[in-house]
Design a protein around this ligand. Structure first.
Ligand SMILES: Cc1cc2nc3c(=O)[nH]c(=O)nc-3n(C[C@H](O)[C@H](O)[C@H](O)COP(=O)(O)OP(=O)(O)OC[C@H]3O[C@@H](n4cnc5c(N)ncnc54)[C@H](O)[C@@H]3O)c2cc1C
Ligand code: SF4
Ligand code: SF4
Ligand code: SF4
Length: 398
């Protein structure tokens, strides 16, 4: 499963089919001789400069895919539903506004928050913020793979200055950070997500070019709750107009939701588990209307999974900011397939990229549209299965 990068030198990084693009190998290389380069589908892959490499093997030893860290069992994961009492914040967030409450607490401790934001070209990158204005840019889910850049090194620097650091991102990014840091930092709060997977940044760029031409983008909200959390819209604001459509009618979101153009590692992802090495996992509580209606008002309910004493202490300190309710694992995972094991690669992945490479997003759109089962039908089938007593077997396994 490993790829040999050189003939004479035997440096083997994770194979592109399982490499998550976390960038830990890049950050750890003492000669700065690994670069992240776009592959033909548009995902960043590490490339080694064989001339500059000194064969120290630090990159291989650090790679969290080659050397996965066993999941700690010291703390038994606890599950909660959560609603941020600040209605404004919740409406601006994708779920129940849990991320902002955690980030605010870190800022109040004179700490630093890392998260994913749009850059000036409307691509997604990781960055840090030392005030709440900066934190606002990290709010809301951006369904594109984010570039971690030099944020692992920056986080280490702040931790060494004895400051609190909240690092938020996908579970594979947190695994990359952990591998790079290589030790425990009492003031590091690791916040990951239940993660469906990340689409190709090149597909995202092509979508914007096809549908926006030269219009200037003012704002993008992939989870606009104006019509309610259950009727979310994909909203694009440009200098001349605002386009808002239901998620499933937006071709980019549809391709993401149906896993048509995710990174290969997302179809073989071992981070999609209930127990984690992070402190806290955030997610959407799909099915809250059915399992715990008192926590449902169609404005967004978060799932908070606590995996450590540190996570537990901080959530307790913030308890008054939330309406919190203890939940059963089976309920919160019932409609959330992304924490329930693997997401098999669809047959159309290769076909999609063949068309995409030749004809860009618009020319490959028919591949997204064909043979996709609407989410509403999947949900209805699950409801029927539940009524018949056929409970989600995967949820019980994780
Ligand atoms: C790519 C992706 C896939 C997801 N898949 C699922 C899923 O299958 N099921 C589910 O329940 N929840 C999923 N989520 C999480 C969910 O969408 C919410 O982000 C989460 O519930 C937190 O919501 P919030 O209201 O607390 O805060 P919000 O303010 O909505 O969330 C902001 C947080 O998301 C992070 N973030 C935003 N975009 C990215 C990105 N591209 N890469 C890394 N981090 C990012 C920010 O750094 C910040 O920590 C996914 C999120 C992302 C980014
Ligand atoms: S072996 Fe050492 S020098 Fe060579 S790429 Fe890996 S980390 Fe860099
Ligand atoms: S460290 Fe991350 S980016 Fe580097 S090879 Fe491993 S998974 Fe890929
Ligand atoms: S599905 Fe797995 S590999 Fe893909 S972005 Fe999420 S955590 Fe990383």
């Amino acid at each position: 499963m490993l790829r040999t990068k050189m003939k004479q030198k035997t440096i083997c990084l994770a194979d592109p089919s399982i490499c998550t693009g976390c960038g830990a190998c890049v950050s750890v290389c003492p000669k700065a001789c690994i670069q992240m380069m776009q592959d033909k589908e548009g995902f960043l892959q590490p490339q080694i400069d064989i001339i500059a490499c000194i064969e120290c093997h630090k990159c291989e030893k650090t790679c969290p895919i080659i050397n996965p860290k066993p999941i700690s069992t010291e703390f038994k994961t606890q599950a909660y539903s959560a609603i941020n009492k600040n209605e404004n914040i919740r409406m601006q967030s994708s779920s129940g506004g849990a991320f902002y409450a955690l980030a605010k607490w870190i800022i109040e401790q004179d700490g630093v928050v890392f998260g994913a934001r749009w850059d000036e070209n409307w691509e997604v990158m990781h960055d840090y913020a030392e005030d709440l204005d900066g934190v606002r840019a990290f709010m809301r889910s951006k369904y594109v793979q984010s570039k971690v850049g030099v944020t692992y090194e920056q986080a280490k620097k702040f931790l060494q200055q004895d400051r609190w650091v909240l690092y938020s991102g996908t579970p594979c990014q947190l695994a990359g950070l952990n591998a790079f840091l290589g030790g425990d930092y009492p003031k590091l709060l690791q916040v990951d997500l239940i993660c469906h997977g990340v689409p190709s940044p090149k597909v995202w760029r092509s979508y914007l070019e096809c549908y926006l031409k030269d219009e200037k983008i003012i704002d993008i909200n992939m989870r606009d709750k104006t019509n309610g959390w259950m009727s979310e819209m994909f909203t694009l604001k440009t200098s001349s107009a605002t386009q808002s459509v239901g998620l499933i009618n937006n071709p980019y979101y549809k391709g993401f939701g149906h896993s048509v153009y995710l990174r290969l590692s997302c179809y073989n992802c071992h981070f999609r588990t209930f127990h984690r090495n992070s402190d806290i996992t955030l997610a959407d509580y799909w099915g809250v209307d059915e399992f715990n209606p008192k926590m449902y008002d169609n404005k967004g309910t978060s799932i908070i999974l606590i995996h450590s004493n540190k996570g537990y202490t901080i959530i307790n300190l913030l308890a008054e900011k939330f309406i919190l309710c203890s939940e059963k694992k089976e309920d919160i995972l019932y409609y959330n397939r992304s924490a329930n094991g693997l997401n098999p690669i669809p047959n159309k992945w290769k076909r999609y990229f063949r068309w995409f490479r030749l004809f860009s997003f618009k020319g490959a759109k028919h591949v997204i549209d064909r043979d996709t089962i609407p989410t509403i039908i999947i949900r209805k089938c699950k409801k029927i299965k539940k009524r018949l007593g056929i409970y989600n077997k995967c949820a019980k396994k994780t």
